[in-house]
Design a protein around this ligand. Sequence first.
Ligand SMILES: [Zn+2]
Length: 308
Amino acid sequence: MKTGIITTNTFSNHNTGLGHPERADRVSVIIDNLKKFEKKLIWKKPVVFDKKFLKITHSNKYVEIIENSFPKKGFSYLDGDTVVSPGSKQATFDAVGSIISAIDGVINKDFKNAFCPVRPPGHHSEKEKAQGFCIFNNCAVGANYLISKYKYKKVAIVDIDVHHGNGTQDIFYDNENVLFISTHQYPFYPGTGSEQEKGKFNNICNIPLPAGTNSEEYLNAFEFALKRLKEFKPEFVLISAGFDTDARDPLASFKLETEDFYHITKRILETSKKFCNGKVVSILEGGYDLQALQDDTERHVDALIEFN
Ligand SMILES: [Zn+2]
């Protein structure tokens, strides 16, 4: 089976203003580059999904506030750095729809695994709060979709973004069906992510690492993430795939190299194979250097393609 790539061009209409790091080029460079894998990939567009799935993750009130927040022209601010424009509405819904499409595609065996290069990202978005470029928590909606629609009882989310996924942690803090594992620079934005934040059911696993963490140090620490993943025996794995751990990233201070993203992805796939037979869906979170995004997502997808 092939690997699915779920995306659509509406991401380019999510205008965040001149000079904003979370910009449309981030996704267009990834998509343009992945076209060279044409024969190994199945390209699919996000589905239009039932809003009830959004409302499992976010409150009714929050969904309503967000739906009414998109301006007819110009920009509006959901927090200090989360900007929306008229085109953001469709992009925001398509980002959520992409993970739902990806999950359906893997479960229906249209493809073996999938990557969603979309924006806005999601992992800072809490149950009732937009934050850090994130509006709806795409990955969290995906996990709740697996639990609600497909009756899964063990969904793992591995967050490899350099920032702590505070939103995902907030949403699943007291949900024993979800194991949330996050490696991140700490102390750093958004301030959360200490080892003491363990979740009500010991279902949160934070692996904070200092600024300057290099490939060897990261991959050593990642072994602990894999150990927790193995103990949990996931039925499905979602990856919050941030590429801002790359040494070239302008917003953070890890020193990862392109090959590391291949190894990280491969190790997640190998570790979960026994439990979920490779049912893995990855979605783009951060990553703000265009060349790094292009190189690192290529190796990330390489690992997804190679996995059998
Ligand atoms: Zn990030």
